[in-house]
Design a protein around this ligand. Structure first.
Ligand code: CUA
Length: 322
C-alpha cells in the first residue's frame, strides 16, 4: 500500500530518475524510509497539537490551569527508547548502503577509471590509456572511480546512479558501483566551484558489454597518451629509477614490482596499505611513512596531479595477477 502510494507521489512530483546502478535501490530505500518516518511524525505531532488545543482550550468554566503530574517514568522511557531505536535502525541501513559505494566487491575485477576535476570540466582516464571528457563504463561490470582535483573541491554527481563523491585537492577519493542500465546519463558538479560551476557537466556512457567498451577504448589511442606510459617516463626521467627497481630486487628503496595493494611494515611500527593516497604521500612527503628496513633518504619529488596519476598507474601495471 505505502509502496504503491509513494510511487504515485514520486511519479507525480517527477523527481526520481531511473535506478541505473547497483546502489540506487539502497539509496532510495534509505531516502524513502527517512521520508515516510518524517511524514508519520509530522502528521502525529500536528494531529496531537490540534487535538490538545481544542480539548484543553480556555472555557468560561475553566480559567485556571489544572493540576498535572510532574513526572512519569514510563512516558520518559517510551519517548527515549523509541527514537533511540529508530536512529539506530537509520544508522544501520545507511551504513550498509554507504559501504557498498566505497568497498569494491571482493573477487571481481573492477573497471578502474581515474577522474580529474578542474575548473570547469571533467576528464576520465580509462584502462588502456583512453582519456575522454565523458565517462565510459560497462553494464554489469563493477566500476571503481578514483577522483582527484587539480584546483578546488568539486563533486561528481550522477543522479541516475544515486552517487555523489567529492573530488578534493591534495588527496584521492573513491566511488564504487555497478551500472545496471544502458545509456547515457548526465553527470553534474554538485559542489560550488566558481563561475562556470553550473556548466560543469558531462555524461556517463554505459556500454552494453565489454566488447563494445573495448571497441571504443581502442579507437584512436596513441600509446604515449596513456597514464602508464606517462608514469614510465617519469620513473625513468625524474630519478626514481636510481633507487627503485621494477624486477623485485630491493635497492635503496622498495621495488615497485607487486608493490600495489601490499601492506608495508613501517619503521617505527604500524603498517600502511599501498594505495593511491600512500603513493601520493610517499612521493610528495617521503619521510612521512618510511618502510621498515629502508633508510629515510628520499627527497620529495614535486610532481603535478596528472604525473602522480601516471606513477600510480605505472605501479599498478607492475602488479602481476595472483
Ligand atoms: Cu566543479 Cu562545481
Amino acid at each position: 500500500m505505502t509502496a504503491a502510494l509513494h510511487r504515485i507521489l514520486l511519479a507525480a512530483a517527477g523527481f526520481m530518475p531511473e535506478r541505473a546502478s547497483s546502489v540506487a535501490a539502497g539509496v532510495d530505500r534509505v531516502f524513502l524510509f527517512v521520508f515516510w518516518l518524517s511524514a508519520f511524525f509530522l502528521a502525529l505531532i500536528v494531529a496531537l497539537t490540534v487535538l490538545f488545543v481544542v480539548r484543553y482550550r480556555r472555557r468560561p468554566s475553566r480559567t485556571e490551569p489544572e493540576p498535572s503530574p510532574a513526572h512519569d517514568s514510563r512516558l520518559e522511557l517510551f519517548w527515549t527508547v523509541v527514537p533511540l531505536a529508530l536512529v539506530f535502525v537509520l544508522f544501520g541501513v545507511s551504513t550498509r548502503t554507504y559501504l557498498r559505494m566505497v568497498e569494491p566487491e571482493p573477487g571481481k575485477d573492477p573497471l578502474r577509471v581515474q577522474v580529474t576535476a578542474r575548473r570547469w570540466s571533467w576528464w576520465f582516464d580509462h584502462p588502456g590509456g583512453k582519456g575522454a571528457p565523458e565517462l565510459h563504463v560497462v553494464r554489469g561490470r563493477p566500476a571503481e572511480l578514483v577522483l582527484a582535483s587539480a584546483d578546488v573541491i568539486h563533486s561528481l554527481y550522477v543522479p541516475d546512479f544515486r552517487l555523489k563523491q567529492d573530488a578534493v585537492p591534495g588527496r584521492f577519493t573513491r566511488m564504487v558501483f555497478t551500472p545496471v542500465l544502458e545509456g547515457p546519463f548526465p553527470i553534474v558538479c554538485a559542489e560550488y566551484c566558481g563561475t562556470d560551476h553550473s556548466r560543469m557537466a558531462a555524461k556517463v556512457v554505459v556500454h552494453p558489454d565489454q566488447a563494445s567498451f573495448d571497441r571504443w577504448a581502442h579507437e584512436g589511442v596513441a600509446p604515449a597518451a596513456s597514464l602508464v606510459e606517462l608514469g614510465r617516463t617519469i620513473f625513468a626521467s625524474r630519478g626514481c629509477i636510481g633507487c627503485h627497481s621494477v624486477d623485485g630486487s630491493p635497492r635503496v628503496g622498495p621495488t615497485f614490482r607487486n608493490l600495489w595493494g601490499r601492506d608495508e611494515r613501517l619503521a617505527g611500527g604500524g603498517t600502511a596499505r599501498v594505495d593511491e593516497d600512500y603513493v601520493r604521500e610517499s612521493i610528495l612527503r617521503p619521510s612521512a611513512k618510511v618502510v621498515d628496513g629502508f633508510a629515510n633518504v628520499m627527497p620529495p619529488v614535486p610532481l603535478e596531479e596528472r604525473e602522480l596519476q601516471g606513477v600510480i598507474a605505472y605501479i599498478q601495471s607492475l602488479k602481476e595477477a595472483p
